[in-house]
Design a protein around this ligand. Structure first.
Ligand SMILES: Nc1nc2c(ncn2[C@@H]2O[C@H](COP(=O)(O)OP(=O)(O)OP(=O)(O)O)[C@@H](O)[C@H]2O)c(=O)[nH]1
Ligand SMILES: [Mg+2]
Length: 461
């Protein structure tokens, strides 16, 4: 892919701020900006020292009208974000100056960049690989300190280094096998297969280790989808408000108050949670309410944690038993609410219906619930074998899925070896694994996938 045009975009968010930045990248950046820039010095921008800041004004040369006072950052490729010649124009941070300057640039031969096109160029020009490009999106979208530091470590190339080292080992083995295909002799094939088999074991082991971090990595990156369900009037919206510490959802003593789901983000233990309050689940003739109930059920399927609120002050109803059955076996915390008015529902009553991660007593009305939730969030994210410190973590669903597929290919190669299959079978499996791993870093990726991926960026990035 050869890129020969010059692109520009407003890199700062729309609105009013201290400065506004327009980024220009491509081989004509310096010459085009030069025709619009006026300063005390007369040396053309392209000949001024690299990586300097130049003060002056942007002037529309056709009518000799000054648009704004600016600072220019000059960066010659390949030492720039895109690895091309880049000029960043800093003007005053209003909506009009940035737009006027961009329009002027377009009139002088610059093309408006697509979303993510600067980062795409950095990738096409080989400055970063795909995992690093994806890490940049994650940095921009990070909602907590933990998700930021995970993304930063991936920008540093932790995942790429891991993947590249696996690919190098695989290609050596493939070469080894292919030599034997060219000189087929029974015992050489046999010896080679066994050698390759022995070398594949540690590879498989390290893939397993990385995949073991996937759940933690994904939860840190994407946040925990926490869904509050229960029958009408159980106290779900009261719990939502208690967790958020604000009166976000309407609470009344009328069953069926919440009719549509309400979503809010919150942070617990440095982890971002997407909290969803749903309509009370019951059989209803009301069309709107019924849609809300259906939506509640759909959320249960997607949830990382289900908070099932039961009114503990009255005996379990058959409706509540049905709800409990539908969330049994999931990562469900049963909350026996209204502890303040005395509880008649026992743990045994709940356990008789199904299996749940925990059963806790709370009083949502009094603002309780946070301590319980934070305990289980910690358990879910950091519990188990995975330690967060210093391990390479895989968090992107695309990477996880490709790594799993590559692992399956290696397992297949191992069983071919065990079954005494010819070496070309084994080589084919290993080659597929090598290609799948290459898709992670973008070494063998298709163009449509690249476009799809970069379209997720914002303009000017
Ligand atoms: N005593 C007591 N009452 C509570 C508690 N939590 C909620 N309530 C009351 O129970 C009633 C229903 O509360 P909501 O939070 O609206 O219940 P909900 O589950 O969201 O109900 P729907 O939206 O109708 O499905 C209100 O009158 C609340 O004040 C609690 O811990 N103790
Ligand atoms: Mg409600």
């Amino acid at each position: 892919m050869y890129i020969d045009d010059t692109i520009a975009a407003i890199a700062t968010p729309p609105g009013i701020g201290g400065v506004g930045i327009i980024r220009v990248s491509g081989k004509d950046s310096f010459t085009i900006v030069n025709t619009l820039f006026k300063s005390a010095g007369t040396v053309p921008l392209g000949e001024r020292p690299n990586r300097t800041i130049q003060y002056g004004t942007i002037v529309d040369p056709e009518v000799n009208q000054t648009i704004d006072e600016v600072l220019l950052l000059l960066m010659h490729g390949p030492h720039s974000y895109t690895a091309e010649d880049v000029v960043e124009i800093q003007c005053h941070g209003g909506i009009v100056p940035v737009q006027q300057i961009l329009k002027l640039l377009v009139r002088h031969g610059v093309r408006m960049a697509d979303a993510g096109e600067f980062t795409k160029r950095a990738f096409i020009n080989g400055r970063i690989d795909l995992t690093q490009a994806e890490a940049i999106i994650d940095i921009i979208e990070a909602k907590t300190e933990d998700s930021l530091s995970l993304a930063v470590s991936q920008l540093d190339g932790t995942v790429s280094k891991f993947v590249s080292s696996l690919r190098e080992q695989l290609i050596t083995m493939i070469a080894h096998l292919e030599v034997t295909i060219d000189y087929p002799e029974e015992d050489i094939e046999d010896v080679t297969s066994r050698e390759v088999g022995a070398q594949l074991q540690p590879i498989l082991h390290s893939m397993d280790e990385l995949l073991a971090t996937a759940n933690t990595g994904r939860l840190i990156r994407d946040g925990i989808m926490t869904v509050i369900v229960g029958r009408p009037n159980a106290g779900k919206s009261s719990l939502m408000n208690a967790l958020l510490r604000e009166n976000r959802a309407i609470v009344t003593d009328i069953p069926g108050t919440t009719r549509d789901s309400i979503e809010e983000f919150m942070t617990i233990e440095g982890i971002s949670l997407k909290l969803i309050d749903t309509a009370g689940i019951r059989h209803t003739e009301d069309t709107v309410e019924a849609l809300g109930v259906e939506r509640a059920r759909e959320y249960i399927d997607k949830a990382d944690i289900v908070l099932c609120v039961i009114d503990g002050s009255t005996p379990l109803t058959s409706e509540e038993q049905d709800i409990l059955t539908s969330v049994s076996g999931l990562n469900t915390i049963v909350l026996l609410n209204k502890a303040d008015v005395g509880q008649v529902v026992t743990n045994a009553d709940i356990e008789a219906v199904g299996t749940f991660t925990a059963i806790e007593r709370i009083s949502a009305k009094d603002g309780e619930g946070s301590a319980v939730l934070s305990k289980w969030v910690k358990e879910l994210v950091y519990g188990g074998a995975v330690q967060q410190t210093n391990t390479t973590m895989i968090s992107n669903v695309r990477h996880i899925s490709l790594m799993e597929q590559a692992k399956a290919q290696i397992e297949q190669a191992l069983s071919s070896i065990d079954a005494g299959m010819p070496v070309d079978f084994i080589a084919t499996d290993l080659r597929s694994a090598w290609e799948l791993l290459g898709d992670i870093t973008g070494d063998s990726i298709r163009e449509t996938m690249i476009d799809e991926l970069f379209s997720r960026f914002c303009l000017g990035k």
